[in-house]
Every structure is written in structure tokens, then in C-alpha cells.
Ligand binder design. Structure first.
Ligand code: DX5
Ligand code: ZN
Length: 227
């Protein structure tokens, strides 16, 4: 069984894009060859920032064929996870720290037709996932404290990627490993080498002089990590 997809995926985060021009940003991401669009949903309670909800996801859905990856940084995610799938999300991830009934929420996301992911904050060990293997399609490891774009990468997440990759091999479970926060040319190859399959990048794409070039540069670094 192939435990990792053939190509590493880059998931630009529209949190760093111009919110008044999201349609143009999606067209740019599509023509640049981004794999997935990362959509950060924040509620001002689980994290100290507020972003967007289901109506915006529904509007994004009309503008692109790329998979929409909704990262829910909200309290009580079980109340809204399926509504995000109905709005057009293809991937939905839920923070372990926000949900005491993750097994049920992941199952509901899958039954609604999306890939179900678990997100771990920097301080939450990967070992807390051992009894959920098989119930999620991907794990998102935060490499910053969630809430804002443009923060510095926390290098200790590299060791978490290695440990999660070992768990995946040991259990023969084909889930994806995604990393989010402070991803740049300084760490993309190392993260993929450690076992990551999908890297989220906000500022490294949208604050670059040429976002298309930035996407291609990050993808080249990811391929280098695979080689
Ligand atoms: C942070 C968000 C990230 C953010 C990443 O809470 O989950 O997805 O957009 O932005 P950068 O890549 O700028 O750290
Ligand atoms: Zn995110």
C-alpha cells in the first residue's frame, strides 16, 4: 500500500490574500498549479482572531475547481463541520484540543463526503492520535500557535512529523501529513524529507513579489525533499 501520494501538495492559505479579491487569487492559484486551497476559519474564541464562515466558503466554491481545505479554528467544531462540507469544503480539519468527541465528528465529516482531518497545536503530542488511526484521512500539525499568518516556524514540529510518519508506517495507515505555519523556502524541503505530504503557506505565497513564482519555488523545494 502506498502510504504517501506520488506528489507533495502545496496548499496556499488565502488568509494572507486580499479578501476583496479572492476570486482573482483563486484563479492565480489554479493557473500556478497549487494542489489545494487552505481556508482558515477562526471564531475569536478558540483563537483570538475572526475570519470567515460558510457563506464565504460557498462563494469560493463557485470560483474554483481546486479542493477547498477548511481548517476550523473554532470551539465546538462538531456543530459546524458538516455545514462546511455542505458549503463546498473537500477537506475539513478539526482541532483535537477543541473537540472531546473527535471520533464522532470525523465520522460525520466523512459521511458528508469530505476528507476528515485532525489538527494538533504545537503543544499536543502526536501520540494522542494512536487510538484514532483509521478514523482520519489527514493530520495537520501546527508549526505556529494558530490565529495569525506571518508567524515564525517552530522547528520542533520536524520531530513531530518524523514521529507521525513512523506511526503511519507502523500501522500501515495511508493518511496524509500536513504542516501549517511559517512554511517557507527555509524549511519546505526539510519538512517533506521528514515525511510531510502537504504544506500550507500563507505569507510565503501571498506576500511574495510574484506569488506564482513563490508557488513554483516552494513546489521545487518540496520535490527536492522527496528526492
Ligand atoms: C494560522 C493559520 C495558517 C496561516 C499560515 O493560524 O492556520 O494557515 O494562514 O500563514 P503563514 O504561512 O503566513 O504562517
Ligand atoms: Zn491553517
Amino acid at each position: 500500500m502506498a502510504l504517501r501520494p506520488d506528489d507533495a501538495l502545496l496548499a496556499p492559505s488565502i488568509l494572507s490574500a486580499d479578501f476583496a479579491r479572492l476570486g482573482e487569487s483563486l484563479a492565480m492559484l489554479e493557473s500556478a498549479g497549487a494542489g489545494v486551497v487552505h481556508v482558515d476559519v477562526m471564531d475569536g474564541r478558540f483563537v483570538p482572531n475572526i475570519t470567515l464562515g460558510m457563506p464565504v466558503v460557498a462563494a469560493l466554491r463557485k470560483c474554483t475547481r481546486l479542493p477547498l481545505d477548511c481548517h476550523l479554528m473554532i470551539v465546538e467544531p462538531s456543530r459546524y463541520a458538516v455545514a462546511f462540507v455542505e458549503a463546498g469544503a473537500d477537506w475539513v480539519s478539526v482541532h483535537q484540543e477543541a473537540d472531546p468527541h473527535l471520533h464522532r465528528t470525523l465520522d460525520a465529516i466523512r459521511k458528508a463526503g469530505a476528507k476528515a482531518g485532525v489538527v494538533l497545536n504545537p503543544g499536543t503530542p502526536v501520540e494522542t492520535l494512536t487510538d484514532l488511526v483509521g478514523d482520519f484521512d489527514f493530520v495537520l500539525l501546527m508549526s505556529v500557535n494558530p490565529g495569525f499568518g506571518g508567524q515564525s516556524f517552530i522547528p520542533r514540529v520536524l520531530d513531530k512529523v518524523v514521529r507521525l510518519d513512523a506511526l503511519r508506517t507502523q500501522r500501515q495507515a495511508p493518511f496524509l501529513i500536513q504542516v501549517d505555519g511559517g512554511v517557507s523556502l527555509n524549511n519546505a524541503a526539510d519538512l517533506v524529507r521528514a515525511g510531510a505530504d502537504c504544506l500550507v503557506a500563507g505569507n510565503a505565497v501571498f506576500k511574495a513579489g510574484d506569488p506564482t513564482d513563490a508557488i513554483h519555488g516552494l513546489q521545487a523545494a518540496m520535490r527536492q525533499g522527496r528526492a
